[in-house]
Design a protein around this ligand. Structure first.
Ligand code: ZN
Length: 463
């Protein structure tokens, strides 16, 4: 049997997982968590596409939970072999999987207490994460590594978050060879710090992500101008600036951008707080991998003699403890606070919102995606008040949604990248919502003359 089965992130953007079967061996490309509404998250409890004890290896594209977050369950349910990841991904997983287990345990505890569901069990526990982390083999970019007999892989930089990779898969059976490429999540060339997505050598088969398959992002220059204007306005009015942000990737991007303004003498604020233990830990991982940054930003950072993002942005302070975080509430104005969660549905950003939203001088800067039903989305949609800690807080602050920050390639980036790969690969689209998948499919057909396939959950293709 030589097949590829689309299991997760088929017709949707979470739960990334594809099963490669090659002469009786099973390799998973990603093992991601389903995230979203309750119906989507219920998929996390379903049986794996193949029994975990028959999986021979896992090859991860990057550390985001929708690509890695089911690994501890796979291990708990009987997977006994190795997990391959780039070195930076391996370091980020330490932070992300532990945090995921912590959230799972807390939710199960809450369900036991408040819903009287005595049997509520977390999806996995810290002990499962500990075992998972011992199974990871870190590998370098651009080096072939053997996965199972007849299957070897090589990582190329995807430029999406630190450590993110495109996976080249070499399949061999005697003289018969095939090259499969899995794009993982492809980065946005306009993002700072990271490199542009690399081009694989060639491919016969390509699995291409489609998150923004129907559109291009707003130009970065416009977004940065808007950010600078908002920050200057807040400094003049004496208000605080709140930036809800995801801990890994977006927070470091924002720190770099604030540092650019500081280095150019254009940042008026004297205090920037990174108020998230997870974002602080992730920033330290970024600091340890400056060698992976793109050459332009690395040169700028080096010129400023900055060994870390904190040195690049001297007004930056790390808030580790809840007391550190609460102390920020006493600052009446002039501070920038970056805190999670990115969609304001949890984390420390909530108490900053509670203390600042009623002030006209406050600026809330939205730099990431806000899902329907979240407080962040309510702010974007113009809510007049927000319920925080059981209290209705009026929204007098101004809310600014900056559209240009994205860790994903837009439509043009996806089409350019895919059509530059040699070998005229047959393309299967994964990791996208239905309308975005069909828009990208139409565009690719226009460009390459061939209609790509749109992966369906459970669909099997012969290799
Ligand atoms: Zn991702």
């Amino acid at each position: 049997m030589r097949t590829l089965t689309f299991s997760g992130a088929a017709g949707q953007v979470t739960g990334s997982c594809h099963v490669l079967e090659w002469n009786g061996r099973h390799v998973l490309l990603d093992c991601g968590l389903y995230q979203g509404d309750a119906a989507t998250e219920a998929w996390n409890e379903r049986p794996f596409p193949v029994p975990p004890d028959t999986v021979d290896a896992v090859v991860l594209s990057h550390a985001h939970l929708d690509h890695s977050g089911l690994l501890p369950r796979l291990v708990r349910d009987g997977f006994r072999h190795g997990i391959f990841a780039t070195r930076a991904t391996a370091d980020l997983l330490q932070i992300m999987l532990r945090d995921a287990a912590h959230l799972q345990e807390r939710e199960a505890e809450w369900a036991r207490r408040h819903r009287d569901r005595r049997s509520a069990e977390p999806l996995y526990r810290q002990t499962d994460v500990d075992t998972t982390l011992t199974r990871i083999t870190p590998v370098s970019y651009r080096e072939w590594f053997d996965v199972v007999p007849g299957v070897r892989c090589r990582y190329r930089d995807a430029g999406h978050i630190l450590g993110s990779a495109i996976v080249e898969v070499d399949l061999a059976d005697g003289a018969d060879r095939r090259r499969l490429v899995f794009s993982g999540d492809l980065g946005n060339r306009a993002s700072p710090l990271l490199r542009d997505p690399e081009l694989p050598e060639r491919a016969e088969l390509l699995l291409l992500e489609s998150t923004y398959g129907d559109r291009d992002h707003r130009p970065m220059a416009e977004t940065l101008d808007e950010l600078e204007t908002v920050l200057a306005g807040a400094a003049d009015n004496g208000g605080n600036v709140l930036i809800p942000s995801f801990a890994v990737g977006r927070s470091q991007e924002i720190l770099f951008r604030l540092g650019e303004l500081y280095q150019a003498g254009r940042l008026k604020q004297q205090m920037v707080f990174l108020d998230s233990p997870m974002a602080i830990a992730a920033t330290r991982v970024y600091d340890g991998y400056q060698r992976l940054y793109n050459s332009r930003d690395r040169a700028e950072i080096r010129e400023a003699h900055a060994g870390s993002l904190a040195e690049w942005l001297p007004p930056l302070r790390y808030s580790h403890t809840p007391e550190d975080s609460m102390a920020i509430n006493r600052i009446a104005g002039g501070a920038i606070v970056i805190a999670g969660s990115g969609m304001c549905n949890g984390g420390r950003i909530r108490h900053h919102l509670r203390h600042n939203l009623q002030h006209r001088a406050t600026r809330v800067v939205i730099v990431g995606f806000q899902a329907r039903g979240t407080p962040g989305r309510a702010l974007v949609d113009g809510a007049r008040s927000l319920c925080l800690f059981g209290e209705e807080v009026p929204v007098n602050a101004s809310i600014h949604t900056l559209g240009g920050f994205s860790a994903h390639a837009g439509q043009t980036g996806l089409v350019e990248w895919a059509s530059a790969i040699e070998g005229r690969p047959s393309i299967h689209l994964v990791h996208g919502e239905p309308d975005r998948l069909s828009a990208l499919a139409a565009k690719l057909r226009e460009r390459t003359g061939r209609m790509p396939g749109i992966a369906e959950r459970g669909q099997v293709i012969a290799l």
